[in-house]
Design a protein. Structure first.
Length: 230
């Protein structure tokens, strides 16, 4: 092969590498946008839904109960859309974490939590005081899975962030999120939130949403790094 031919091959490989880097960056930016939009969509859907149902009490009533109201389709759609956005965010996050089991399993936990959250929109809960149904039982188990996956993802990614120089700045925030989640979840586990489930669920949603927003903002910044110099 002549020197010209070798140079052409090198140029082709470099061009392909740059194209892949740009594609990966765009994919990660889309994932970051999905992560940023997820909490916004969820919050907007819940606020609109509860404002349209006169008699619904956000202090005491479960968020899922909105699916049984006059605009139940809105809450079910909110679950489905938010879950899809969160799952997409988890998939995109994995590609920008250094190797290690904590980062791998932590990002997978985000995906599982997103899928469980989305499926809540397909299996409605029952009105308090009525008998459980198959769909309401599935809903309850999906909610527990969503809670467990969310807590697990925060713990695992905190452990990962401590040793990943690119993400190390989020370790303190992740540790604070772990502590806040424990403070919110433990009273529910010991049934100390009877009558105040609405507040407990909303505090849980706010804590997780703030953490996801921080990760999404960081992923947006990190996703732009491969484009430098291309």
């Amino acid at each position: 092969m002549t020197s010209l031919g070798r140079s052409f091959k090198v140029w082709q490989r470099q061009g392909a590498s740059r194209s892949m880097a740009k594609l990966d960056a765009r994919t990660s930016m889309v994932a970051a946008l999905a992560g940023a939009m997820g909490p916004v969509v969820f919050t907007a859907g819940v606020l609109v839904g509860q404002s349209l149902w006169h008699g619904y009490n956000p202090m005491h009533d479960y968020i899922s109960l909105l699916a049984r109201g006059p605009f139940g389709w809105l809450q079910n759609t909110t679950f489905l859309v938010t879950g899809g956005l969160v799952a997409a965010f988890g998939l995109g996050l994995r590609g920008h974490l250094s190797s290690g089991p904590h980062g791998l399993h932590g990002s997978h936990a985000i995906v599982i939590g997103g899928v469980a959250l989305g499926l809540l929109g397909l299996f409605e809960t029952t009105v308090p005081g009525s008998h459980d149904t198959l769909t309401s039982s599935i809903h309850a188990h999906l909610f527990q899975l969503c809670q467990a996956a969310s807590f697990t993802s925060v713990v695992l990614l905190y452990l990962h962030f401590r040793n990943d120089p690119l993400w190390q700045g989020l370790a303190p925030y992740s540790l604070a999120t772990v502590i806040l989640l424990i403070m919110v979840l433990v009273p529910d586990w010991v049934h100390a939130t009877a009558g105040w489930q609405g507040i407990q669920q909303r505090l849980l949603a706010v804590v997780i949403a703030c953490w996801v927003e921080l990760l999404a903002l960081k992923l947006w910044r990190v996703s732009r790094l491969p484009a430098i110099g291309t």
